[in-house]
Design a protein around this ligand. Structure first.
Ligand SMILES: Nc1nc2c(ncn2[C@@H]2O[C@H](COP(=O)(O)OP(=O)(O)OP(=O)(O)O)[C@@H](O)[C@H]2O)c(=O)[nH]1
Length: 386
């Protein structure tokens, strides 16, 4: 099972990220297999149905020959791909895509162009092509395929070609279960590929979207929210607190003497210290609180539905935890870092105070630094509230 999954992953990686030659080879290996199986089914159909049934045996023999030749041709085309040095060769991709169109048009003509099979192939092939190849390449092949399709129509209308030569009653081929089986078997390969490509494209698209969201909202060093995401969240929480008239607390954390940490232990150790501070903050907070990197060695914590008293407890719990967790450096030395914290709390009234609320927390932080660092200071205007 694991091996099967690995093969599927390898196949999907090649079909999506491989070179033009590799992508074409993948598709043509599938076509060779599908047509091979289709030819086997046709042989059984010929063996097991009697001459009296509604199928045209001569038409079936021709279809069997065409499918076998096309299967062999697909296999040869796949093998030729191995000898092509330019892996992004456009002419090889052109030959493959055009061959794909031709193979389909021919077989569908034998089965009956006005069938569900044609619908699936016509709708599916361009979608698969546009996902995997270049637009120009697909539009040229699609154009030539449609021209051939129209040519077949003209020949049929002028009675130069027989419509759906594999059935006796061409006006109502769908009344024949063997015809239906033949069409469904031919279509199943296209349908399978269409579902596979669709499913993989959507999964990849979702994965990329999640990645982009992660990268645009996360600080790469600490994996906390970055400043942009943090400020968005701050504004949302501020608005919510105004609406619900609930308390909102924030605190700004600045690591003490961080320049000295960098100068003494090196920048990598400084980075390590930043990560430890980030994890300690995360550990201290609730699920609903948000912490992010506000600047170089500064963090902002947003505590919704939290009054000053509770916020001081959280801030001080973090301050003590940080001081207690000495960081083990790669050379065995132990580094203790401390932080100064400026806190503000309020039941906000108006969005116009948003910046002022944060600026007051910043002032309180400045005060904490001036008072000797490694402490929590509350913004003057809210000392009573806390
Ligand atoms: N290693 C590392 N250092 C950083 C990063 N971002 C900012 N810094 C450093 O943090 C230091 C901040 O120094 P200062 O603003 O002078 O403050 P301080 O030395 O912490 O002193 P006080 O804040 O007054 O306690 C600078 O040396 C920056 O280079 C980072 O991502 N990694």
């Amino acid at each position: 099972m694991t091996q099967f999954r690995t093969r599927i992953t390898h196949f999907s990686n090649t079909i999506f990220d491989g070179s033009y030659v590799e992508k074409s080879q993948c598709i043509f290996t599938l076509i060779a297999l599908t047509l091979g199986c289709f030819a086997i089914l046709l042989s059984f159909t010929l063996l097991l149905t009697d001459a009296a049934s509604n199928i045209n045996r001569q038409g079936y023999v021709e279809l069997l020959e065409i499918s076998s030749v096309c299967s062999l041709y697909s296999l040869i085309l796949t093998m030729i791909g191995n000898f092509i040095k330019d892996r992004e060769s456009r002419w090889y991709a052109h030959v493959c895509v055009f061959s794909y169109v031709m193979v389909n048009v021919f077989i569908l003509f034998y089965i009956g162009v006005y069938s569900m099979g044609t619908g699936i192939a016509l709708a599916g092939a361009p979608i698969i092509g546009l996902i995997l190849f270049d637009r120009r390449l697909i539009f040229t092949s699609l154009g030539s395929g449609l021209l051939i399709f129209i040519a077949f129509n003209v020949f049929m209308l002028t009675n130069n070609l027989e419509y759906a030569p594999i059935v006796q009653n061409q006006a109502e081929p769908y009344r024949d279960p063997i015809w239906l089986m033949t069409m469904l078997t031919f279509v199943s390969g296209h349908l399978g590929l269409l579902v596979f490509i669709g499913h993989t494209s959507i999964s990849r698209w979702k994965e990329r979207e999640a990645q982009v969201t992660f990268l645009s909202t996360t600080d790469p060093l600490t994996h906390l929210s970055n400043r942009r995401h943090l400020m968005e969240h701050y504004q949302q929480e501020y608005q919510r607190a105004i609406r619900q008239q609930s308390p909102l607390s924030i605190f700004l954390v600045d690591l003490d003497h961080f320049k000295q940490v960098n100068d003494t232990f090196g920048h990598l150790s400084g980075d390590e210290a930043l990560k430890v501070a980030a994890w300690t903050l995360k550990d201290t907070l609730r699920e609903t609180d948000l912490v992010g990197r506000y600047g170089g060695e500064e963090f902002l914590v947003i505590l919704p539905d939290t009054d000053g008293r509770a916020a001081i407890q959280v801030a001080d719990r973090f301050r003590r935890a940080l001081q207690a967790n000495a960081i083990e450096l790669p050379d065995g030395q132990r580094l203790t870092i401390t932080a100064s914290i400026g806190l503000n709390t309020s039941i906000p009234k108006s969005l116009t105070d948003l910046d002022h609320f944060l600026a007051s927390a910043d002032k309180a932080l400045y005060q904490a630094k001036n008072n000797g660092r490694n402490q929590v200071t509350i913004a003057v205007e809210n000392e009573q509230a806390a």
